[in-house]
Write a protein that binds this ligand. Sequence first.
Ligand SMILES: Nc1nc2c([nH]c(=O)n2[C@H]2C[C@H](O)[C@@H](COP(=O)(O)OP(=O)(O)OP(=O)(O)O)O2)c(=O)[nH]1
Length: 189
Amino acid sequence: MATASASIGVGRAGVKHTTLVYLVDQAASRILLALKKRGMGAGKVNGPGGKADVSAGDTSIRATAIRETQEEMGITPTDLQARGLISFVFTNDGEHSWDNDCTIFFGTQWDGEPTESDEMAPEWHPLDAVPYDRMWPDDELWLPDLLAGKEVYWQFTFDGDAIVDSASYADLPTMLAAIGAPEAAALDA
Ligand SMILES: Nc1nc2c([nH]c(=O)n2[C@H]2C[C@H](O)[C@@H](COP(=O)(O)OP(=O)(O)OP(=O)(O)O)O2)c(=O)[nH]1
């Protein structure tokens, strides 16, 4: 079981810091997603990702993003850019153990071929046909902006699978102030 680390990633203190990775094959205008087979969001299509884990050797949230993509898809991203932060709050869990503050990465290069793992089954989708009906409901609010080259800063409050509140922010400092998180020198530290 991985443990959260307040020293890696950006977001609220005492909340899991996590990653999501979106890889695009620009030559073929397609995005690499995957069916999540177990754990949080099982049955949904998502990018690879997961929580920061110092015990797994993570030295930065970027290292977490690379390790999770290796573990879940068998490939190594080589040009990841940190492009946003999404803060997830889950009201259905009184202990808020599902809450996570997630750094969003975008990339176009990787080593290896996407391979199914115990956690994920990779799927390619055309960039103009992202399967939002099989994804978390907030994704269609921000993933199009990410794919258009923008940075994305959002907070979503969920009750189970339903969004009950949301807010978007102009930039990282504005978002961190709004969610009560410490200031950060960099998104991918
Ligand atoms: N696309 C998308 N991903 C989400 C949403 N909510 C949410 O927690 N996630 C992602 C962010 C993280 O990558 C993951 C939660 O982190 P986690 O580490 O608890 O999940 P996990 O079961 O994959 O565990 P692990 O790989 O770290 O062992 O789920 C959402 O609304 N949309």
